[in-house]
Design a protein around this ligand. Structure first.
Ligand code: TA6
Length: 278
């Protein structure tokens, strides 16, 4: 684990002896890159991402907290992705690297969201696996409620040739169709247009299949799976995405979105997303 400067951002590089590596920005507590041994980057980071330490970074794994998307009155996806996180612990051996980053409330966060909290993000890199665990503790003396997500931007070779398996039978809220609640009937989900879906209470791992590789995506604690691809028009409208970005990215996110998490004073909650390169 070494401290690096990633295009002007303070960051950590994690590596293992067999050649797995990851880059984590302290701004946002955001994984920006993850390359399993012998492979290419499995995360999508927009070549137009603005790295000015103010703007949310477009790509990697943004942490959405204490609000997912525009579900409440806070800025979209909350404030965790635009704050500086601190390094709490770092550990490693030849086979793994583990860092835990921390974020606590301060005057600026309390102005937006009047709660005392501490959040920890543990990032574990192993051979072909990346594991992110997000934990929130209510350190105040009143109840608090939040929604959250690990907004994972996966890199795909060609989105129209990618297949997502494991979501059939679960109901989802379709943001591209007036938030209607629908249910998937097909065995695989193909991305052939804009997708912005929150799948509820997903009980099994999801598999992203491409013609020459696959990725297992598992979650614990986070009940929902969000699938997002902006497609042609929205890619053009999003300034920090190239026009053809939609072809090379697919967000498959671990979220607690449908039902806010409620914590009494002293209580904690955690959720995890695990990616396995296959
Ligand atoms: O997770 C899907 C989503 O909430 C979409 O609705 C889309 O807006 C996306 O996240 C990106 O949000 P951002 O605020 O980063 O532009």
């Amino acid at each position: 684990i070494e401290r690096i400067d990633f295009r002007g951002l303070p960051a950590l590089r994690l590596g293992t002896r067999n050649g797995a590596s990851a880059v984590v920005s302290l701004f946002g507590g955001q994984v920006l890159s993850w390359t399993p041994p012998g492979g290419t980057d499995r995360l999508y980071l927009s070549p137009n991402a603005v790295l000015d330490r103010k703007t949310p970074i477009r790509g990697g794994i943004p942490v959405c907290f204490p609000q997912f998307a525009d579900l409440g009155a806070l800025p979209a996806h909350g404030f965790a992705r635009t704050r500086d996180w601190s390094v709490l612990t770092e550990r490693g051996s030849k086979d793994y690297a583990l860092v835990t980053l921390g974020l606590v409330d301060d005057e600026a966060t309390r102005t937006l969201w009047p709660h005392a909290f501490s959040a920890e993000l543990s990032i574990l890199l192993e051979e072909s696996r990346l594991d992110l665990e997000f934990e929130v503790t209510n350190t105040g003396d009143g109840d608090l409620e939040f929604t959250a997500a690990l907004h994972t931007y996966l890199a795909v070779r060609e989105v129209e040739e990618s297949r997502l398996e494991g979501l059939h039978g679960f109901s989802f809220r379709d943001k591209t169709d007036a938030n209607r609640i629908k249910r998937d009937s097909g065995d695989v989900l193909l991305i052939e247009g804009e997708a912005d879906r929150v799948y509820h209470d997903v009980q099994r791992p999801v598999l992203l299949r491409e013609y020459d590789r696959s990725l297992g995506i598992n979650a614990e604690g986070f009940p929902d799976v969000v699938v997002w691809n902006p497609w042609i028009e929205r890619s053009k409208a999003i300034v920090d995405l190239p026009d053809d970005a939609f072809r090379h990215m697919l967000c498959v996110e671990a979220a607690a979105a449908q039902q806010p998490v409620r914590l009494a004073p002293g209580e904690s909650w955690w959720g995890r997303q695990t990616l396995v390169a296959l």
